[in-house]
Design a binder for this molecule. Structure first.
Ligand SMILES: Nc1ncnc2c1ncn2[C@@H]1O[C@H](COP(=O)(O)OP(=O)(O)O)[C@@H](O)[C@H]1O
Ligand SMILES: [Mg+2]
Length: 349
């Protein structure tokens, strides 16, 4: 059932993720979200005596998400997942590139201009303890976005809050309680109800289960998949754990140092990872089958994730790559291919 949910939408693999392909192809509906060559650079360390470095947190990311579809984004800590998410919802201004939502360009908009789009795209955060205002009751937390966007009458907002609490599996009697009275899993349900309050079409989920107990993680994933079925939601689902996105995402992008290095349908990526980095990430994930788990070979990634303020002439992964050759250090590989794209000169075929 889990697998079915992941593939139920768009099983023909129609999501176009090629670098600069046109957003609309004739005869097809435009994607709900299109991200084109997104770059987010931050000023790094340095002063008047040296040239100031640039932190390339996101360095040329492109993908599409169609209505009702889930795209997974995975990679080690610091590879730019959260910055990508924040740039999409307008919490950080992109340095360059484009973000299109429902056919409207939304990157670089002012708060006021972004407001109407807030009803379309919402975000849920990693830390349900930090992301909820401790001074607001659950009811106030859930109704606040409706108030800001002027949805419903004040009385109807209360009814909506109660309906949403039931929808996410929270007892409506908790309406007037405060976040500190809840467990992490319950708080994340409050965060989900708040995101749903404006009836969005897309929810950007930034590691929504990473901070939760393992026993609670599956419940939240199942809730998100259940809500997707009921409401036709699309998700950008971010995780550092590949095993998590395997079930929820139809397509998965693997990020390394601000770039997507491999992108494929989830089942295809797990069966045939082609980029040496994806291979290493996958080899670290435990296998559900004990017989295969016993014989699996772990590829140990040497070295730390390098600093994103370094400038690379060639492939940024070269220093940690077991398949590195001299050409890897000369020019950076581009993300290429049909439905299974990879940015590597010596990718597994
Ligand atoms: N506001 C900021 N100013 C400077 N550097 C930042 C800022 N936000 C993120 N970074 C840096 O950008 C890189 C990517 O961060 P992030 O997007 O949070 O990665 P992830 O979510 O994959 O762990 C990291 O090196 C991080 O330190
Ligand atoms: Mg993050």
């Amino acid at each position: 059932m889990v697998e079915v949910a992941g593939r139920a939408v768009g099983s023909k693999g129609e999501a176009s993720v090629a670098g600069n392909t046109p957003i609309t192809t004739s005869g097809r509906t435009a994607p709900l979200l299109s991200v084109r060559d997104l770059k987010v650079h931050f000023p790094g360390r340095g002063g008047w005596w040296t040239r100031r470095s640039v932190i390339r947190a996101v360095d040329g990311v492109s993908f599409d998400i169609r209505a009702g579809e889930t795209l997974g984004l995975v990679g080690e800590s610091g590879c730019g997942k959260s910055t990508t998410a924040r740039a999409i919802v307008g919490l950080v201004r992109p340095t360059s590139g484009e973000v299109w939502l429902n056919g409207a360009r939304i990157d670089g908009l002012s708060d006021a201009a972004m407001r109407p789009h807030r009803a379309t795209v919402q975000m849920i955060f990693q830390d349900p303890f930090a992301s909820l205002n401790p001074r607001l009751t659950v009811g106030a937390t859930i109704t606040e976005p409706m108030t800001i966007l002027g949805l419903h009458s004040p009385k109807d907002r209360q009814f909506e809050a109660l309906r949403l609490m039931r929808l996410v599996g929270l007892d409506p009697r908790f309406l007037n309680r405060y976040p500190h009275e809840f467990s992490g899993g319950q708080r994340q349900r409050v965060g989900i109800a708040r995101a749903l309050a404006v009836q969005p079409k897309l929810i950007v989920c930034d590691e929504p289960i990473s901070a939760l107990d393992v026993s609670i993680q599956a419940q939240v994933i199942n809730l998100l998949m259940d809500l997707q079925q009921k409401l036709g939601l699309a998700y950008l689902f971010i995780a550092h754990d590949l095993a998590v996105v395997r079930h929820i995402a139809r397509r998965v992008g693997v990020m390394y140092l601000g770039r997507i290095v491999e992108m494929a349908d989830s089942s295809e990526l797990f069966a045939h990872p082609r980029h040496p980095y994806s291979e290493a990430l996958l080899s670290a994930a435990p296998l559900p089958d004990p017989a295969r788990e016993r014989v699996r070979q772990r590829i140990v990634l040497e070295g730390e994730v390098p600093s994103p303020d370094r400038v690379y002439a060639g492939c940024p992964f070269a220093d940690r790559c077991r398949r590195v050759e001299s050409d890897c250090r000369a020019t950076p590989p581009r993300l290429e291919g049909g439905n299974h794209q990879v940015a590597c000169f010596h990718a597994d075929s």
